[in-house]
Design a protein around this ligand. Sequence first.
Ligand SMILES: Cc1cc2nc3c(=O)[nH]c(=O)nc-3n(C[C@H](O)[C@H](O)[C@H](O)COP(=O)(O)OP(=O)(O)OC[C@H]3O[C@@H](n4cnc5c(N)ncnc54)[C@H](O)[C@@H]3O)c2cc1C
Length: 473
Amino acid sequence: MLAGRASDRGRTRPHIVVLGGGFAGLNAAHALRRVDADVTLLDKNNYHTFQPLLYQVSTAYLPPEEVGSALRTIFRRQANLTVRVGELAEVSWAQRVLRCRDNSTIDFDYLILAAGAETNFFGVPGMREHAWPLYTLTDAVRLRRHLLSILERAARNVGPDGTGSGCRPIRVVVVGGGPTGVETAGALSSMAHEVVGPAARLGVTLVEAGPRLLSALSPRSSQRALIDLCHRRVDVRLNRSVKAADACGVTLSGGERIDTDTVIWAAGVQASGLSRALGLELNRRGQIVVDPQLRVPDHPGVFAAGDLAAIPDTPGGPPLPMLAPVAIQSGRHAGKQVARLIEGQPLQEFRYRDKGVMAVLGRGDAVAELPLSRRTTGRYPLQFGGFVAWLLWLVVHIAYLISFRNRLQVLIDWAWNYFTSRGTGAILFDGPDPPSCDVAADESAANASAPQPRDGSDPLRSQEPGTARIRPG
Ligand SMILES: Cc1cc2nc3c(=O)[nH]c(=O)nc-3n(C[C@H](O)[C@H](O)[C@H](O)COP(=O)(O)OP(=O)(O)OC[C@H]3O[C@@H](n4cnc5c(N)ncnc54)[C@H](O)[C@@H]3O)c2cc1C
């Protein structure tokens, strides 16, 4: 039935659109490589982002190009696939046409929705304007520039005798004690030393609303993470949530105030806002409800995968977590189901294969928890930590990186960092930004600008004397 529409539009074979070049979209598109159809991979960026290593970009351990891969390069050998750069704005389900923000349109016979997720500030006052999110490569590059700016500003206020206002540790607050928050806090604790040497110090506070860090892992791994971060002089605040943020600090539950102009938000994501514009059934997190075959109900030929989809692990159970392996496996499955539809074969149910969880705590140290069988989701009998877990984390991340070139470059940089503790050399283009507040640096707060969202939802403003600071681009 659906394939007939292709000829209605002057095509000789079906047209499949894969929305999103994240883990889910890439694997869906790859699964379609032998199908007799035209495949369009649509993404608002021309690159794929390896999100698990974004924190290493923001803390200047890796350059951005090593965690981003150009989509055209990834698919250069897939003859039936075209990459198209554009931001999907809406879908006409009746006409089976996608409309992008630039008003261009794309027809489709089959559609795989894999637009991922976005930062969720949970409505905390001031957070959108003043916190640094860490979800996209742009977020990571902006945060990196900000961190390098505060370090360089502090370093120039340290005298030759090692004294001066720059000697005070610069306070950085990380919100959220999940893997991203823990990994970011651990990396920040050694960033200053590796970037500017003893000339400046970062004082890192990690705030977690729950009673333990890494709540998706066992209490043993949580305890290990807590002890490790304390050894790295990270100030961990459990059972505390951030109630409000402004240009010069945050207020915690209980009323405590922490002065800082650097609040890193690692506390939550929700399904891409696009899902709310599509008129489909959504769950509480804004994810598109799908059936066990990953089909979107009442929309023949339309599938959803990855973070954007609410994929139940068991019938009627809670959705699978927003993790890379879920996105990879569900994307591949959605691609295969479209192939089966085109080839006239019956559809198959999606079965998630849980491969465990890991979090890195610092150089040479990580925690890992692995299942012993394919179907023990959420229960990990094999738990270990330390150097072996770190080696495993390293191997897994290298294996999942998209191209051989990226794997090789990241491996070289990690080996260099591990043996030299000198980082890869963090370049700060155009000198440090002026401070947004006087809590962390030498200059007065006179240059502080009106608050603007730091999640990329506003255009960057150029600096006008006395009105705005230069925001990293
Ligand atoms: C900082 C961070 C660290 C993480 N660490 C880990 C980890 O250690 N282990 C782990 O398993 N998981 C981790 N995750 C989660 C994991 O990265 C995600 O679950 C996974 O990337 C989801 O893949 P996806 O394809 O569904 O979405 P994404 O990877 O988000 O891809 C979505 C794609 O859709 C595109 N897109 C979005 N909207 C539109 C639009 N309107 N039009 C066109 N294109 C659009 C985006 O540009 C993007 O390329 C981490 C996530 C983050 C943010």
